[in-house]
Design a protein around this ligand. Structure first.
Ligand code: SF4
Length: 472
């Protein structure tokens, strides 16, 4: 019986089996940022350790970066301190820092792929949950804690459990107005936020095969929200076309060698899986979360579920969600008045996300509704430059959106972009936990970028297919 990509990559990187039953796993690529690395470097220093493989670690800043402007020093002195610490650590240990001054800065899960650092068959880690994004390239990529960041800096290895593998197939053709974000929200809705615990998710079938790399990144990004430690798509011609010519992608003869290796780590046709689920693309509608976990979602026009539709174990969380959000079972989420619209994040802050929104804004001529604060925040400086070159910044500004500098922004509000009070935000990010966007009572509705734009111009949650006349 054949092997899955997960098994092949895991075996190639396993240094040895530990007495604990875990494996010592070599990490091909380590990405760091300002939030989880300072303590890890301090622990290294306390133990008199160095970084023996600095060429395998790359640093950027994202969470704390203000998006109005990036002028230094930052007004927030704590944020400024964190950035200075990162810069100093990179200099001290010889780590490449993707500097805002050189136009290389951006969200860690956006800049890694953008530079061609993320490649098929790699092991990738970062002190951030959404490292699963990099699985879009056929890498095994996962978030790690601060002490593990220390371990990787000191040894380039990690102690890891071997995961089970669930193959998630979505076959058929998506309806117009249904995007990668809707697909992954649908999968999480079906399997639950705990459904992936102990698993790696392999995304397969005609829908994922037909997706662009940016769409695959959206899907893999949210694997962690379904409980999976990592998620991946097998590498193919789409992957190779994306990578070719990027700064860190292999060149010349090394490119051909790399492609041969990348082809070899694809899941075998007769690979063994611990579980397989299959969905029909035609069943997927534009999805919106209505609760406080990414699984608490529904098609935009559907009536919200009754608590009695859930198991007795799930009902307390459902009631808590209704109480926090102020919604009632039976009501549709469509029509809920919004205060803020946010398009950005490592889930949906890439060029094609904005391009799709621009297409609909241009065609409809619609403007942001009165009273709605609408933010467009590119995932990286490079993306921001491309958007400006294409003239898309003006499309957004003319439509009433604030076109900002690159960063995490409102995804988690470790910077000045925050919700106020009980504001309701239509967001293209990945987490709708209580207080996630900076206000302890703020409320987040996750949806695709085009759905966020539809909400922004309508002033309330709306079906983008109706707002932008997308033919169904
Ligand atoms: S955009 Fe959000 S989820 Fe992604 S790295 Fe930044 S804070 Fe984390």
């Amino acid at each position: 019986m054949g092997k899955s990509l997960y098994e092949k990559v895991f075996e190639k990187h396993a240094v040895r089996k530990l007495d604990s039953g875990q494996y010592q796993l070599l990490m091909g690529l380590h990405l760091i940022h300002e939030v989880t690395s300072p303590q890890a470097f301090a622990m290294l220093r306390d133990r008199g350790l160095t970084v023996p493989y600095p060429e395998r670690t790359f640093a950027t800043c994202d969470h704390i970066v203000p998006t109005h402007n990036q002028l230094r020093p930052y007004q927030d002195t704590l944020a400024e301190q964190m950035l200075v610490e990162l810069e100093n650590n990179c200099e001290r240990y010889g780590i490449r820092y993707l500097s805002p001054k050189k136009g290389e800065q951006g969200i860690v899960h956006v800049v890694g792929p953008e530079l061609g650092l993320t490649q098929p068959g790699q092991t990738v880690c970062c002190g951030d949950s959404h490292t699963s994004t990099h699985g879009a390239f056929g890498a095994i990529a996962f978030g790690i804690g601060t002490t593990q960041v220390r371990d990787v800096l000191a040894t380039q290895t990690l102690a890891m459990d071997k995961l089970k593998v669930r193959r998630i197939e979505v076959n058929g053709t998506l309806r117009p107005g249904v995007y990668a974000k809707d697909v992954v929200l649908y999968v999480i809705h079906k399997l639950g936020v705990q459904g992936g615990v102990g698993y790696a998710y392999e995304f397969a079938g005609t829908v994922f095969d037909g997706f662009s790399m940016e769409e695959r990144m959206t899907v893999c990004n949210m694997s962690i929200e379904g409980g999976a430690r990592c998620g991946y798509v097998n590498p193919d011609e789409t992957t190779y076309a994306y990578l070719k010519g990027r700064e860190y992608a292999p060149k010349d003869a090394k490119w051909d060698e790399a492609v041969t290796y990348w082809d070899s780590i694809r899941s075998d046709a007769d690979a063994r899986y611990d579980d397989v689920v299959v969905y029909d693309a035609h069943d997927i509608e534009p999805m919106v979360t209505w609760g406080i976990t990414p699984a608490q979602s529904s098609p935009v026009g559907a009536a919200l579920p009754q608590p009695s539709e859930f198991s007795s174990g799930e009902q307390p969380l459902i009631r808590e969600a209704y109480q926090y959000m102020g919604f009632a079972p039976g009501d549709p989420v469509r029509g809920q008045k919004i205060d803020v619209a946010f398009i950005g994040s490592c889930t949906n802050g890439r060029f094609s996300d904005f391009e799709e929104v621009v297409k609909h804004l241009r065609a409809s001529g619609k403007k942001v509704a009165k009273g709605v604060r609408a933010l467009v925040v590119p995932g990286s400086q490079q993306i921001r430059e491309r958007l400006i070159e294409a003239g898309y910044d003006r499309v957004f500004s003319d439509a009433g959106f604030e076109f900002r500098e690159a960063g995490c922004s409102m995804c988690l509000a470790m910077n000045p972009d925050k919700l106020v009070g009980r504001e309701l935000c239509a967001s293209s990010s990945n987490r709708n936990f209580k207080g996630r966007q900076g206000s302890p009572t703020g409320r987040t509705l996750l949806m695709s970028p085009v759905m966020v734009a539809a909400a922004a111009v309508s002033g309330s949650v709306a079906d983008a297919r109706e707002v932008f006349a997308i033919q169904n």
